[in-house]
Design a protein around this ligand. Sequence first.
Ligand SMILES: Nc1ncnc2c1ncn2[C@@H]1O[C@H](COP(=O)(O)OP(=O)(O)OP(=O)(O)O)[C@@H](O)[C@H]1O
Ligand SMILES: [Mg+2]
Length: 455
Amino acid sequence: MLEGVDALDAYVSRFLAHLGVLVVLPPLVLVVVLPRDWISGLVLLVTAPVIPLFMILLGLGAEKLNRRQWLRLLRLSGRLLDGLQRLTTLRLLNAGDREAERLAEAAEDYRKSTMAVLRVAFLSTLALEFFATVGIALVAVLIGFRLLDGALGFEAAFFVLLLAPEFYAPLRQLGLDYHARMEALAAAERILDLHAEPPGPAGEERPVLGADITIECESVSFAWEPDRPALRDFSLRLVPGEIVALVGPSGAGKSTLLSLLLGLLRPQSGRVLANGHDLATLDPAHWLGHVAVVPQRPHMFEGSVLDNIRLADPDAGLDRVRAAAGLAAADGFIAALPRGYDTALGEHGETLSGGQVQRLALARAFLKEKAGVLLLDEGTAGLDRGTEASVADAIRRLAAGRATLIVTHRLATVRLADRVVFLEEGRIVEQGPRAALEADDGRFARLLSDAGLAP
Ligand SMILES: Nc1ncnc2c1ncn2[C@@H]1O[C@H](COP(=O)(O)OP(=O)(O)OP(=O)(O)O)[C@@H](O)[C@H]1O
Ligand SMILES: [Mg+2]
């Protein structure tokens, strides 16, 4: 992005500025030259348009090159960032050299496409310089002949000859800056993508939700890749006060469903409704304001424990943060940190254990007291049994009056649920009241007994 902004800088401060000069200077020269020597004026007038014409022709071909170069740069930076962030993993797998090779390949790709772009840029500059020089030469030769004939006075000839290079100068400059323009256009496309309006009806009055929320999935289908649906024809109703547990093997589509409920993904067919309003018509910020969520891989940011919990509600005072942390069984370990709630967590919360991060994420959810929807993706993973029991208690309290969906592999947490939905390969294969399913001899009961958790 930074490279892109730099490219825009050259475009705005050079190309656009010179475009301004181009509009003023050559016409001015023409106005002065024409009355003194109309033949030279005519030569200028005829040769001038050749240069922009040529530039436009070049631009058509170079545009594709520039776009490709940007993609390569993005790929290279992505690769580098990925490698740096996963440096420990790469070391552990002894894959440092292989990764370095792949990085080198990406860099080589980028070098080649840079050279291709530069080749076009230099060639076009050369050609433009050539046309400009030919123009000046033409004026000079014609003036020379007429000087010999005595058809033109020396004063006028000298004057026109001095002005001719000035006439072409802005055109040549524009040619030099032209690749700055092409680079900038390729960069601007990416930058504007970032600004793209989120999908949804703009300008229209958006629905406003009340405190109680009922979510309905109406035959929702979603595929990350064509022909490999992660969710097929999925229907589910979440009502306030009911806890639904979503269980199923890894890769069944549980986290995908949560992303759909959060409105981060849009169903490819079917609808997700909140109180009867399609999520697509809601303002995303308004919707997320109603949802307390503990994601599967919670993220902590550089900053203090307090800041990190308070992300869920920036206005919360320390007492409310403490209460939320208490409910999430996090206050104990926070108190034991060197500076308590002011302890800095470091990048990615690297100073905490996995279970501690989970509990801070849970505290965030508890801080969102007003949210009518609670979504937990293995919110109790990484906890020991004692802690899990107290957290489960807290979740039960938090879920009161809310539409709650708990995704879990840990079947102890399933005990909280009123209803269980068993998902496999994106389809519901079993669902019903938990007690009934436990008693049944179906998939869920087998899962429980496999885990040694049979009632
Ligand atoms: N960002 C993504 N891009 C492409 N495919 C994805 C992406 N996320 C998930 N998938 C695919 O979608 C399917 C469902 O994944 P999902 O994460 O929803 O499973 P899950 O039920 O949450 O599994 P787990 O219990 O292991 O968390 C999987 O086949 C997975 O490969
Ligand atoms: Mg998941």
